[in-house]
Design a binder for this molecule. Structure first.
Ligand code: GLN
Length: 535
């Protein structure tokens, strides 16, 4: 087994996750099996309780783990199915060490960061990727952070134990361009590599994020100061069109070749063609359409990361560039004329969410889509909103709501799930992960999926209240996806509407650039139809 450790220097948000995922993709293109892992140095057990405006979306794995959004990149770029073993935080490490201490596992000893915490980290790396040729471990945060030190120390020890041909360090760093001086600067990179060396880690490869190409002289300088061969200085230019350009870009810098050589891995020929096709399709779309994303987090694209990616994948599949216009849910609450907001928009997407802020605006958006026959795709909260809107404006239950928003509502068309009612702890207690869904014949859902059963990932506490099912059905709602075990509504759609679909799960987590999620792909196909019917 070979191990690759990826660290980051100078600043955060360098795209280490994308770099790691792209390297995974490149190694798979060379016929190798990869296992991807992310270690985050913060003390939360997982990001499930963090605000998306700080941390971005919470990415849910099929086993129900709530994880960092980088795991989403790993699943989109590689074919590895991830589980809780592929994600680790300092919080989990300390929780485990402290539990062992209470159990008496260290009886008589003083429990310390070295070796107890570092051993725990090492065990997690050794214990992963049985079926893989290469384990790629990305360390969150930036070199120099105090909280990241135990992880780096563990990696240093591991590399010593594994031997040089089995462990490789890649440092992703920033080469800033100083506009006033008109030049790129290598000093921050030199200093962050010096920080790594202080701990005893000498990176093998330096990946340089830069907004303009790095000259040969600059590469020589980085090579000299960072103590790596000049061929191991990899340029990672800012991407112009799409993140899916990255595998090809790094391949042309020979990153995969150098990694294989250094780790003495067989250098099979690379089959990078699928990635080239994706980029071609993104660069030269045949059509364009615009959809509205009804959002609560306006400036943080990362809060809806996987939704954006799934939309991009559907664009690839439909040969179409999808422009996403973000519409502030709260502004919709106050507006007199909703038409202004939806001018030029051929589809409305309502993503998941929690809490009451913006909910009334979201309900108005769903109503607009229903009444104007605009394709509507509601995800999780977006499905619940569709149900509330229907109850209010079609069934006439004017104060229908979810008990999440108004616990005492007269018409609780969305209510807390039974097994959630006694839950008091917040972390990891929702209905999480993959559950089966049976699709009903002659529905939009089955037409999109072309399957009778599907498995989709969940993250919610509330559900459609089955007491209202008959009434909804007799007024034109079709419940097209049902969880067979608990008879729970997973998908609802409108019979007399070109495409109005709400799903209780999160399809965005299973969409890939080479295989857009069927519902997303079908939504965009109907957006295009709607657009041409209007033209
Ligand atoms: N807040 C809703 C629930 O908990 C929807 C959750 C979501 O959209 N992920 O059921």
């Amino acid at each position: 087994m070979k191990y690759i450790f990826i660290t980051g220097g100078v600043v955060s948000s360098l795209g280490k996750g994308l770099t790691s995922g792209s390297l995974g993709a490149l190694l798979e293109c060379r016929g190798l099996r990869v296992c991807m892992q992310k270690f985050d140095p913060y003390l939360n057990i997982d990001p499930g309780t963090m605000n998306p405006s700080q941390h971005g979306e919470v990415y849910v794995l099929s086993d129900g783990s709530e994880t960092d959004l980088d795991l989403g990149h790993y699943e989109r770029f590689t074919s590895s199915e991830l589980s809780k073993r592929n994600t680790l935080t300092s919080g989990q490490i300390y929780a485990s060490v402290l539990q062992k201490e209470r159990n008496g596992d260290y009886l008589g000893k003083t429990v310390q960061v070295i070796p107890h915490v570092t051993n725990e980290i090492k065990e997690r790396i050794y214990g992963s990727g049985e079926d893989a040729d290469v384990v790629i471990t990305e360390i969150g945060g930036t070199t120099g952070d105090i909280e990241g030190l135990p992880f780096l120390e563990a990696l240093r020890q591991l590399a010593l134990e594994l031997g040089h041909e089995n462990a490789l360090f890649i440092h992703v760093t920033l080469i800033p361009f100083l506009r006033a001086a008109g030049e790129l600067k290598t000093k921050p990179t030199q200093q962050s590599v010096a920080k790594l060396r202080e701990i005893g880690i000498q990176p093998d490869i330096i990946v340089c994020r830069t907004e303009i190409p790095i000259s040969d002289d600059m590469r020589q300088k980085i090579s000299l100061f960072c103590n790596v061969p000049v061929t191991s200085v990899i340029e990672e230019l800012d991407l112009k069109v799409s993140i899916y350009e990255l595998p090809y870009l790094l391949h042309s810098e020979k990153l995969d070749e150098i990694v294989c050589q250094k780790l003495q891995l067989p250098l099979h020929e690379s089959n990078i063609a699928p990635w080239e096709t994706i980029v071609e399709k993104i660069k030269f779309p045949k059509k364009t359409c615009t959809i509205g994303l009804i959002a609560k987090y306006l400036d943080v694209k990362d809060a809806y990361k996987s939704v954006y990616e799934a939309i991009a994948h559907s664009g690839i599949q439909n040969d179409c560039k999808v422009i996403v216009e973000v519409i502030d849910a709260e502004e919709l609450e106050l507006a007199d004329d909703l038409g202004e907001f939806f001018e030029g928009i051929s589809g409305i997407l309502l993503p998941g969410g929690f809490g009451i802020r913006g909910v009334e605006g979201k309900i108005r958006a769903a109503q607009f889509a229903r009444e104007h026959h605009i394709p509507y795709f509601g995800i999780c909260l977006g499905m619940q909103i569709a149900a509330i809107e229907f109850a209010r404006n079609v069934l006439g239950y004017t104060d229908a709501n979810s008990t999440e928003m108004v616990p005492e509502t007269t018409y609780p068309v969305i209510r807390m799930m039974f097994d959630q009612r006694h839950v008091t702890q917040k972390g990891g207690t929702m209905r999480l992960g993959s559950y089966p869904c049976k699709l009903i014949e002659n529905t939009k859902a089955i037409a999109a999926y072309q399957a009778n059963y599907v498995n989709e990932r969940h993250r919610h506490r509330y559900e459609f209240n089955n007491d209202y099912r008959d009434e909804f059905e007799s007024h034109g709602v079709v419940f097209s996806g049902i969880n067979p075990e608990h008879n729970l509504v997973e998908i609802l759609e409108l019979r007399d509407h070109p495409w109005f679909v709400g799903v209780q799960f999160h399809p965005e987590f299973q969409s890939k650039p080479r295989r857009a999620h069927p519902l997303f792909a079908d939504f965009i196909a109907h957006v295009l139809e709607y657009q041409s019917s209007r033209a």
